[in-house]
Design a binder for this molecule. Structure first.
Ligand code: CA
Length: 236
């Protein structure tokens, strides 16, 4: 018997094999799900935080950022169920996958019905958990703490007052920690694709953040890679 889906659940598929992704998308839509597609790990993380899907189907081998790393990053901030998609023979990776916080895994090639079943189980399990505990809304980078629900930033116990744009820039950098982000990416993400001003606005805002955080607390938070972009680094 087919289960009815009360509200449309949203599935994020992070998969670089476009044919497979497209196939799963069509099948899921047919079942009444909404589908969001991402073709690499980085896009996957961005879409996860932008779209806040109910569940993630995550391929293991992905360009830019592999499935394990994507999984870890999502897990740091969210309990959204993640089903790893692994290829045959990636047995070791399966174990690592579950260790990184995935809820389940499925091996390619799989029967679509099996995937549906696993999605239903994962969703049922997650709605139980969400009802039971609060979602962790804190981002932490070394001594820096960002409370996403309150939009506030702390260095150790000190609250840092930021403008909306400074805050968004900082959140974007911290979410993508240890990855160099180009000015263009920052512009698109923080200022929006329709932004028509100068690219150096990014440098200006990085300077504002440095004044408020790096200089004030005598730390090196935002690193510059000349001609490429910026990144923040996890110390451990
Ligand atoms: Ca792949």
């Amino acid at each position: 018997m087919k289960e009815t889906i009360n509200e449309q659940k949203r599935v994020l598929i992070i998969e670089d094999e476009t044919k497979l992704a497209r196939f799963i998308e069509l099948e899921l839509k047919h079942e009444g799900y909404k589908v969001i597609l991402a073709e690499d790990g980085k896009e996957g993380i961005d879409k996860f935080f932008d779209e806040k899907p109910d569940i993630v189907l995550l391929d293991l081998m992905l360009p830019k950022l592999n499935g394990i790393e994507v999984c870890r990053r999502i897990r740091k901030e969210s309990d959204t169920p993640i089903i790893m998609i692994t290829a045959k023979g990636e047995t070791m990776d399966k174990i690592v996958g579950l260790d990184s916080g995935a809820d389940d895994y499925i091996t390619k090639p799989f029967a679509i019905e099996e995937l549906f079943a696993r999605i239903r189980v994962a969703l049922r399990h997650s709605s139980k958990i969400t009802n039971e505990k609060n979602i962790n809304n804190i981002l932490i980078l070394n001594d820096l703490k960002i409370d996403l629900s309150m939009h506030s930033v702390y260095y150790k116990e000190n609250k840092i007052e930021l403008t909306k744009r400074e805050y968004e820039l900082l959140v974007y950098l911290v979410r993508n920690k240890n990855i160099v982000i180009s000015r263009e990416q920052i512009l698109n993400k923080v200022w929006g694709y329709d932004y028509l001003g100068e690219t150096n606005v990014v440098d200006v805002y990085v300077r504002y953040l440095r004044t408020k955080i790096d200089d004030k607390y005598n730390i090196k938070l935002i690193h510059t890679i000349r001609g490429v972009g910026y990144f923040v680094k996890d110390n451990d």
